[in-house]
Design a protein around this ligand. Structure first.
Ligand SMILES: [Cu+2]
Length: 320
């Protein structure tokens, strides 16, 4: 039956397409989720953070890219005290890993930022200070599909960065982020982020920078948030400050050349947004076809307006 095949495909996408970082990797071994990576209290941990200007129906758990949740994900600060602090040597790598076997199968860049905790007490730090960028990755395979596997992070479940050797000793938040940009052409970039708590030792005397703050550093008017991946390969305007060179004062960075993103005129393909219906449910009290109808922590409607509720996984029950 054609319908059920399509429904199964949609369900499989829901299970694999959204994700969150819940752990880090040390010498190849994934740590217990939440041991060094702050947890989240959001109802649907795997869902993205979008801008408050986006349609209400596309906002998940009240998380906003222009709100505090963009720092380390919703509720992360409430888990700071119970999250351990990982001691890392400057010059060594840190790696964050997605939970539940998920892979980054949205197109878009990966980033790693750091922010020093006041008083070098990261368990008491809310992330409201200055952030500097230590790593970014965009397109690795320009000959591949720009809407999919051209992006470095495609199909991976980790992001890795090197703590710059010049980083001063102290306690920091290390913020890992993937941004899905398949809907940036309609101003809906999807931010996936979590923070690792670290204590840097053996560091240097560099002055990290340039910096930005969160929220505020990402705006819905930024080029990356209005960029179309459709119509072929083009330069992507990386959001956030330039990557710190690891040594000098970053206050006067060499500006990276920014191409003006061409206005996209080709028709956009119909967007598949997994489990996120474009139209409101006919019965406003129940979830629409492909909408969520259950799962751990889910608080919305558990009935389906034009279908029945199926268990996709523990986190996601869907109207199919
Ligand atoms: Cu998505």
């Amino acid at each position: 039956m054609k319908f059920s095949t399509l429904a199964l495909a949609a369900a499989a996408q829901v299970a694999s397409a959204h994700y969150f970082f819940d752990t880090n990797v040390i010498d190849g071994a994934a740590q217990t989720p939440g041991k060094y990576v702050r947890g989240t209290t959001r109802a649907t941990a795997y869902n993205p953070i979008k801008f408050s200007s986006n349609p209400a129906g596309d906002i998940r758990d009240g998380s906003f890219a222009d709100g505090d949740d963009i720092r380390c994900n919703q509720g992360a600060f409430s888990t700071a005290g119970s999250t351990e602090v990982l001691t890392v040597a400057a010059g060594s790598d840190v790696t964050a890993k997605l939970g539940f076997g998920a892979k980054m199968e949205h197109p878009g860049p990966g980033f790693v930022y750091m922010s020093r905790a006041p008083g070098d007490d990261v368990k008491a730090y809310d992330g409201s200070g200055d952030w500097f960028k230590i790593f970014e990755e965009g397109v690795c395979n320009p000959s591949a599909d720009f809407t999919r596997d051209a992006w470095c992070t495609w199909g991976r479940d980790t992001i890795t960065a090197t703590i710059p050797a010049g980083t001063p000793d102290g306690e920091y938040l290390v913020r890992f982020e993937h941004i899905g940009i398949h809907r940036s052409h309609v101003n809906q970039p999807e931010h996936y982020t979590s923070c690792l708590q670290v204590k840097v030792e053996g560091g240097g005397s560099g002055t990290p920078g340039p910096t930005f703050q969160l929220p505020g550093g990402y705006k819905d008017t930024d080029e990356y948030a209005n960029f179309s991946i459709y119509g072929g390969l083009k330069d992507f305007p990386m959001p956030g400050p330039a990557v710190w060179d690891g040594a000098s004062d970053g206050s006067a960075p060499v500006e990276e050349e920014q191409d003006d993103a061409p206005v996209e005129t080709t028709p956009e393909p119909v967007e598949e947004e997994e489990g996120e219906p474009a139209a409101p449910a006919p019965d406003a009290d129940c979830s629409a076809m492909y909408g969520q109808c259950g799962g751990n922590g889910y608080t919305g409607a558990t009935c389906c307006s034009a279908s029945s509720c199926k268990v996709v996984n523990d986190w996601y029950h869907q109207c199919l």
